[in-house]
Structure formats: C-alpha cells, structure tokens
Design a protein around this ligand. Structure first.
Ligand code: AHR
Length: 512
C-alpha cells in the first residue's frame, strides 16, 4: 500500500511538472510593447515628493541638483523610467498649479487634505517637476485638476508648459519664471478618479465635463501632440468604460485610464512584511485579476474602436498593505518584499501580452509610498525587490511582443488554485529575444519546457531574482538582501528550452 501511494505520488509529481509548457512564437510578433508600460507615478503624498524626490535646494547633507536627490535620479535612470505621472492621485484634483510657480518665498501654502492634512508649501511645483523629468530623461504626464479647478486653469497650464514663447500671457509668465522655452508636455490626464476623490461624479456627467475641459486644451501647433487621458474605471466598473467610449468624441481623447490595486481587504489590508501564506495567495489572486480586467475593458473598447487607436492606460496599479508600524497612517509608507516582486513580474507579463491595447501603466508610487521602487531615510536609499523586477524587465521597452502560449501547473492553497507560472517575450531592435518568467508558487519549483517556433537561437543567458523567504526585503541596514544574480538553470537544445524556476522567483532570459 505504502509503495503504491509512493508510486502514485511520484507519477502525479511527474505529471504535474510535465504540465508547464510554453510555446514561444518567435516569428509572430507584430505589436510593440510601448515603453510607457514601464511608467511610474509620483504624488504629493507622504514622503514621495518631499524627502523622496526632493530635499530642497538649500539642503547641505544630501547631494542634489536644484533640490532633487541625485541618488534617486541615478537609480531611476537605470530603470529607464519612460514616463512619470504627477502631482496625483487624489491630490491632483485639489491642486492649483499657479500656487506652485514663481519665487518660492511668495508661493502660498495649502493643506494636503487627502493625505494627512499636512502643510504643502508648494516649493516643488511645475518648473521643479518638469526640470526633474528632463534630468531623468522621462516624459512628464500631468494630471489636471478637473474636480475643483476650471477649464481656464487647465488650459493655462497647457499654455504655460507647452506653447511657444510670445503666444499668450501664460508663455510670458513662464519666461518671467526663468524658463526660456517650453517643455512640450505631451501626456495630460483630465482629472483623477472622477468617480471618487476627483469629484464623485457619475460617468454620464463626467463625460460632459471631460468634453468641456478637453475643448480648451489646445495643441501648440497643427500636429496632434497633446495626448489626453480620461479618468478611467476603477477595477471592474465596465459601465464606466462603456459610457466613456460611447460619449467621448474620438478626436478629443487618446486613452482611458484604469486603476487597480491588489488589496486583500480594504478594511484589513495586512502587514507588508509579516504576512501569511493565505495573505500572499490572496494578493496574487488580486494581482492576476489584472488579466481579466484588461481583457474585459479592452473588449468594450474594441466595440467602439476596433482598430485600437485608443489606448488603455493603467495609470495606477500595485500592492497596498497597512502602513509600517509607527508611521503616519495617511502617508502610505510600506515595505516591499518578494511578494511585491511576484506581483510586479506577473502584472508586467500581463501588460506586455496586452500591448495592443495597454500603452501605458504607472506603478503606484515611485518613492516611499505604496509599492515603491525606492525607499529613502534621510541620506539613505534602498532599492526594493520591485525596483529589481522593473530593471530586469526594461529590456521589453519598445520591443516587439512575441506571443507566448502558456500551460501552467497550479499553485494550490486549500481548495483554491492559481496558475503557478506566467510569461511574456519580446524581440528588441537588435534582434535579441527576451523571455520573462515568474513562478508565484511559494513552495514548489517549476520546470518549464519552452518550445521555440520560428527562430533558432545559439546562446542563452539570464538573471534571476529570488530569496529564501517570501517575507524578505531590503532594509536600510541590509539594502542588498535581494538583488538579481546570474541564472544558470536554463538549457537550450535546438528548438527546446528547459528552465527550472525556484519557488517565488522571477527570471529574465536573453536569447541570441
Ligand atoms: O495612490 C494612492 C491613491 O490611490 C491615489 O491618490 C488615488 O488616485 C488612488 O485612490
């Protein structure tokens, strides 16, 4: 009997591991993975801007350029941040940009009502942000105030930032504030979460408001340079997407937003570091829901825009847990573990595979807030596991997506199951192919058999992000606990690739 059970056990393990197969269609690429899928988001919230990006232009202890931390710029340049959304979030619909320009001493202060009622002194404003984007080599994405602003105010912001010198009082104002030429801002959000903190509007009403605001946001020449993004749905609010697609004139918008956070339970989010297997499983379940959300919102968009001229911009996504003990509850500061690396890797695979419709995504938020890629404490800086995933995956930016057909083993918890592995692939401008693989299974390694169709590769190399415990993280005391290392568990044999992924790991392979 014992022998029989052992035999059944062995057979089923063999059977299970034989299930992980991927077909890589190396000759079927047609869609480009827009680099903006690797975008970020920075809000005036907690220590994202103040203490994170910006330490003030009189700071004597932390190296900076005009108040912007140089260590942060250096780290973000390695990520190749393509686009950065600012100034919110909920903050955006309370923000009046004219309070944040001109001599700093004359800028009025305000209360940041969404995020702890702390004083916002407006020392980091439009000029500081746009100059910082230039330093970073990233495109700015300005989130306009539609909830409590006016069409005039937003129209003026477009002129201040993008119109040619001498074309309006706003462009004179820009020059008077020390900026000799426009920054040419392409990406504009018309409100944030209009269904919630951005005005609690019904979508039918917001569609009208949107049309009004969009009317006065003029391009600076005849070419269509302004890219307007409507405040999109929350999670599975498909009605929101349907009405916007129906009511917004095609010439007035370029993309619809979508926000989805991986939250266990909004009233009990759980610790960012001290979590159970059940909590991990639920976080991953919420993260993988992105597949369904993107698919269904895209299906609605397909009805009105079959040629996929309009984009889905997932302009807020990431994990959301309880704040770290002892920190301000409104500052949303959380640590970042291997759980977050799994979340990031699996989500980016989804975005890559849906790049025909998803053209932008903005991880929330860059520094010290939610699923941050960087944490700072005075002069110290930590790169999180999520940072490393974003860095490993940046090879996909602007590459041609290669379709993959994935058949996965199950990651089982009690009666619930999730696919253990996920993948995406692309071919870059130099003809190099990259495959990113994630095994979310917390206990079992996964052997994957990859059949390559339509290409012959001679060499393979790769990197892996893994750790001993899912709960591990990089701290200010031990900043290098988790970092990518060379991966050697991949064997290439003609058109077959055999890869063994340890439990909860992310691998990016390079094939030439
Ligand atoms: O990212 C934190 C907040 O989450 C943003 O301000 C808001 O848009 C969302 O609800």
């Amino acid at each position: 009997m014992k022998k029989l059970l052992l035999l059944i056990g062995l057979t089923s393990t063999k059977f299970l591991s034989a299930q992980n197969t991927i077909i890589l269609n190396a000759d079927k690429g047609k869609d480009i993975i827009n680099k903006n899928i690797y975008g970020h988001f920075a809000e005036h919230l907690g220590h994202c801007i103040y203490g994170g990006f910006y330490v003030g232009d009189t700071n004597k202890t932390i190296p900076h350029k005009d108040g912007v931390r140089l260590d942060v710029i250096d780290a973000l340049k390695k990520l190749k941040v393509p686009v950065l959304r600012w100034p919110g979030g909920c903050f955006a619909d309370t923000y009046h940009w004219k309070d944040g320009v001109g001599p700093k001493k004359q800028r009025p202060s305000m209360l940041n009502v969404w995020w702890g009622n702390v004083k916002e002194d407006n020392s980091f404003g439009t000029n500081e942000f746009l100059n910082m984007c230039e330093l970073l080599g990233a495109e700015p994405y300005l989130s306009g105030n539609v909830g409590s602003g006016t069409p005039q105010e937003l129209s003026d912001w477009v002129k201040y930032t993008t119109h040619p010198n001498g074309s309006s009082p706003m462009t004179d104002f820009r020059q008077a504030n020390g900026r000799p030429s426009p920054w040419y801002v392409k990406y504009w959000g018309l409100g944030n979460e209009a269904w919630g903190c951005g005005g609690n509007m019904k979508v039918e009403y917001y569609a009208n408001v949107y049309r009004q605001y969009a009317t006065f946001m003029t391009n600076w020449n005849n070419s269509d340079r302004i890219y307007r993004i409507a405040s999109g749905a929350s999670d599975a609010d498909y009605h929101w997407t349907e009405i916007l697609m129906k009511e917004l004139p095609a010439g007035m918008y370029d993309a619809l937003g979508l926000h989805h956070y991986s939250v266990i339970n909004w009233s009990k989010k759980g610790s960012a570091t001290n979590f159970s297997e059940e909590e991990y499983f639920t976080t991953m379940k919420r993260a993988l829901q992105m597949e369904e959300l993107v698919t269904k919102h895209s299906e609605i968009m397909d009805k009105y825009d079959p040629q996929k001229k309009k984009a889905l911009a997932v302009d807020e996504w990431g994990g959301w847990y309880d704040v770290e003990p002892g920190t301000n509850g409104a500052f949303l500061f959380q640590q970042n573990t291997m759980r977050d690396a799994m979340l990031a890797g699996a989500t980016l695979n989804i975005f890559n595979n849906h790049c025909d419709r998803v053209k932008m995504a903005n991880l929330a938020q860059t520094i010290n807030v939610l699923q941050a890629v960087i944490l700072t404490k005075e002069e110290k800086i930590v790169l999180t596991p999520t940072y490393h995933v974003m860095e490993m995956y940046n090879v996909h930016q602007d590459a041609t997506m290669l379709p993959v057909e994935v058949s996965s083993n199950k990651y089982i918890l009690g009666k619930d199951t999730l696919n253990a592995i996920s993948a995406s692939a692309s071919k870059d401008k130099n003809g190099v192919t990259h495959i990113s693989l994630v095994n979310i299974d917390s206990k079992n390694p996964q052997t994957i058999s990859i059949n390559i169709s339509g290409a012959e590769y001679k060499t393979i190399s790769g990197r892996i992000l893994k750790s001993d415990r899912l709960q591990n993280y990089n701290s200010f005391e031990k900043p290098n606990t988790i970092a990518p290392v060379t991966f050697t568990d991949a064997k290439l044999n003609a058109n077959r690739l055999e890869v063994k992924l340890p439990p909860f790991s992310v691998v990016v392979l390079e094939l030439k």
